[in-house]
Design a protein around this ligand. Structure first.
Ligand SMILES: Cc1cc2nc3c(=O)[nH]c(=O)nc-3n(C[C@H](O)[C@H](O)[C@H](O)COP(=O)(O)OP(=O)(O)OC[C@H]3O[C@@H](n4cnc5c(N)ncnc54)[C@H](O)[C@@H]3O)c2cc1C
Length: 304
């Protein structure tokens, strides 16, 4: 098979389906070595939380078979299926690839992944994976409260004391009458994203950062900074980037409406727009420890 870009979409679909059918069959038999061989000899399988509480990368048949034997059956994973039209990509010396998203389930979660197939150098009509990614998408019992799962509160009878949505969010963020269940140290990209996700799982969350404002860790970086990945591979939950932004997102964007967002993921307005997680700046987290099943001990020193 020569130029993959010339292969019809239906044929690419058939190739992807045939590869997945082989993988599913081996996994269903508990034939871990067989499954690893379907994946490929010099291949990587990266798993994010699907097969246990770890981010795990396995390289090669033996390592993949060993990881499957240890973790696959316990995870209750099944039903790997194509989740996008297979496209054609290219990866350095490996040449052209057939690439597609996959969807699957475990006993507790839905998962999503990505597969890159190349022609098997030893059997030119056969495809092997160069890389497969499996990632947990969502816990089935705890869906994120967004899109079809948006909060649906009863329409209130207007009374004078009634708090509107904005006021409720501000009260939630202020933690006047309740405590956070999670405290995140650091309002950088990771902290803000985690807070946004937790809040959509209805878990009261407070972020602390020692800087003056959320986002200062980026604001204070060098003037000409731009992100290193292309815009399509960067992402902020619940807050898609405008279609008009450049391929490499600058540290500062002067676009109207986004000008208060020095980086999309780490501004106060970003948090405010996307979630009701609270934040406390100019606050340093000290030593923290777990002191039992119901309480954590720690020290948060607010400097000013
Ligand atoms: C030039 C450049 C380009 C990049 N391009 C990309 C890209 O294109 N795509 C991509 O995905 N990634 C990119 N990255 C990497 C990515 O931005 C970083 O991995 C990310 O910022 C790390 O986020 P973080 O939240 O873990 O840590 P940080 O951003 O370092 O944030 C940590 C925060 O924790 C606070 N803190 C620390 N200790 C305490 C304490 N004890 N008490 C209170 N607060 C505390 C700090 O003040 C800080 O605000 C790039 C990085 C650079 C430098």
């Amino acid at each position: 098979m020569g130029d993959l870009a010339q292969v019809a979409v239906a044929e690419r679909q058939r190739i992807a389906e045939a590869w997945l059918a082989e993988l599913n069959a081996a996994l269903a038999r508990g034939d871990w070595l067989g499954a690893a061989e379907v994946v490929g000899e010099d291949s990587y399988w990266r798993d994010l939380l699907t097969f246990g509480w770890a981010f795990r990368t396995c390289h090669g048949v033996d390592a993949i078979a060993e990881a499957l034997a240890l973790h696959y059956a316990r995870s209750g994973s099944h039903g790997f299926d194509i989740d996008s039209d297979p496209g054609v990509g290219r990866l350095g010396a490996f040449g052209e690839t057939i690439e597609f998203f996959i969807a699957f389930e475990t006993s507790v979660a839905t998962g999503r992944g990505y597969v890159r197939l190349i022609l098997d150098p030893k059997a030119p009509e056969r495809f092997k994976a160069l890389a497969i990614l499996t990632a947990m998408k969502e816990l089935k019992a705890f869906p994120e409260l967004h899109r079809r799962e948006r909060r649906r509160e009863a329409l209130p009878v207007p009374v004078r004391e009634w708090q509107n949505w904005q006021e409720q969010r501000e009260a939630t963020r202020a933690f006047r009458d309740h405590d956070p269940e999670v405290i995140i140290v650091g309002a950088g990209m990771a902290g803000v994203m985690t807070a946004a996700r937790l809040q959509q799982l209805d878990i009261p969350t407070l972020i602390v950062d020692r800087m003056d404002r959320v986002g200062d860790v980026w604001r204070k970086r060098y003037h000409s900074l731009t992100l290193h990945n292309e815009v399509c591979t960067n992402h902020f939950p619940y807050l898609p980037f405008p279609d008009t932004w450049p391929v490499y997102i600058p540290r500062t964007s002067s676009l109207t409406g986004w000008s208060s967002m020095p980086t999309p993921w780490s501004s106060t307005s970003g948090i405010a727009r996307t979630s009701s997680a609270g934040h406390m700046t100019r606050t340093s987290a000290g030593r923290c420890g777990w002191s039992g099943r119901t309480a954590a001990s720690g020290r948060c020193g607010r400097r000013m």
